[in-house]
Design a protein around this ligand. Sequence first.
Ligand code: 5GP
Length: 114
Amino acid sequence: MSDTIFAKIIRREIPADIVYEDDDVLGFRDLNPQAPVHVLFIPKQPIASLDAADAGQAELLGKLLLAAAAYAREQGLAERGYRAVINCNEDGGQTVYHLHVHLLAGRRMQWPPG
Ligand code: 5GP
């Protein structure tokens, strides 16, 4: 896959407000937050989209979700709740083609999403 802005964030070539990091996953605040808390969790290994993920990446995908959940718990967001979103491809609203989980919290979410 081609290089993305998120690959540059992983390599620290452009700044980001990084709030979570482990061996496999990076979490940083979204530049254009849609809720009081809006953090993006990305695998350090580039995967273009959820559609591009394969069974060999199942463990990594699990780690990505668990990292978002652990962060939410640590930040005291879990009891009230939050939303974890993966936009996939054009109709899903994906704009950056490096798989990411949006963690949105700090306000009541609406359903259906826009
Ligand atoms: P998508 O639309 O692909 O699901 O989400 C991409 C997200 O990345 C958007 O919410 C957008 O605000 C965020 N974003 C795009 N460029 C940057 C950037 O350079 N830094 C940060 N922190 N977020 C970005």
